[in-house]
Design a protein around this ligand. Structure first.
Ligand SMILES: [Zn+2]
Length: 314
């Protein structure tokens, strides 16, 4: 019996299993070139996308990154961005505070401008609670972050800056998916990175417990559509890009389902009764594991009744 060979074989099996387990847990990165200087990075395992989309904009002189992935992936996130774009990373834009978008800030903050809305800085500087972020009914506690995990530049309503020959525009939409959402307009490329303001082909998760609002989200989308052209493409916070028409359809679904649920509630039905009735079937195709129809109905109810939460200032 060749012990060395058996041990070697065993080692190989363990290595392969380890590799498979790693890929199952953390996935592999899919790189999609969207348009000229813009690349989309997604991490996927065999089941699903892991974390959020990362958008990379590359000019000859500098690289701009939108969103930073989950914290445990932060160092590999940065190195992956650096293999896509050789120019130095000068700005990282964080679309909102949720950990799948803001978790990797510390990989960039020591040598890069990390830009977010001021409410993102306020939220990440203090303990936060997440409700339903990963599955219906889930609850998470997030500790206040130390300085390296925080944005080092904030936006109040709008910010524009040149990158190479183009201008990048950041626009804040109050009380939408959260209370600190930024959309990023790359007008020369006819691309808008919207973070979680847009969810492709599904009911959105709206963080009504943390300053989000469905009617506010509708206003945000009306504004984004008004500021866009039919040729534009939209990169959401998760999943595949959308066309202008798909964003229009999505907004229509939001306002029609909200109108329908609110009408039922106004007729005197309880939210439980509306859930039991269920949405009219033409909208049920928008249901997803994160936001099934009953969760969407509850969210519409909560969005209207939830007291607006004041953001805790530092
Ligand atoms: Zn989010």
């Amino acid at each position: 019996v060749n012990i060395k060979r058996i041990l070697g074989g065993l080692g190989l099996v363990i290595l392969l299993l380890g590799g498979a387990a790693y890929h199952f847990l953390f996935g592999y990165v899919v790189v999609e070139h969207i348009e000229g200087p813009i690349t989309l990075l997604q991490r996927q395992n065999i089941l699903d996308q892991i974390g959020a989309n990362i958008v990379v904009f590359e000019s000859l002189e500098e690289t701009i990154v939108v969103d930073t992935q989950l914290a445990p992936l932060s160092s590999s996130t940065r190195s992956r961005v650096e293999t896509v774009s050789k120019a130095p990373i000068t700005k990282v834009i964080v679309t909102h505070w949720h950990p799948d978008h803001s978790g990797g800030i510390s990989a960039f903050s020591s040598d890069t401008d990390v830009i977010a809305h001021q409410n993102v800085l306020h939220r990440l500087s203090s303990p936060q609670q997440g409700f339903g972020l990963t599955r219906p009914g889930s609850q998470h506690e997030f500790a206040a972050r130390s300085a390296s995990g925080l944005p080092n530049k904030t936006v109040e309503t709008q910010l524009q800056f040149p990158v190479g020959k183009t201008i990048v525009e950041l626009v804040h939409f109050p009380k939408a998916h959260t209370d600190g959402d930024l959309a990023v307009f790359f007008r020369d490329s006819e691309i808008v990175a919207t973070g979680d303001l847009i969810w492709p082909k599904s009911f959105p998760f709206v963080d009504v417990h943390n300053g989000g609002s469905i009617s506010g989200l509708e206003s945000a989308l009306r504004e984004i559509i008004a500021q866009s052209k039919p040729a534009y493409r939209f990169i959401p916070g998760h999943g595949a890009t959308l066309t202008f028409d798909e964003v229009v359809d999505y907004l229509e679904m939001l306002s029609q389902t909200r109108f329908w649920v609110e009408s039922q509630l106004d007729e005197g039905k309880s939210v439980e009764q509306v859930k039991e009735m269920g949405l009219p079937v033409k909208w049920t195709q928008w249901a997803s594991p994160l936001v099934p129809s009953v969760v969407w109905i509850q969210m519409i109810h909560d969005s209207r009744t939830m007291p607006t939460q004041a953001v805790v200032s530092k």
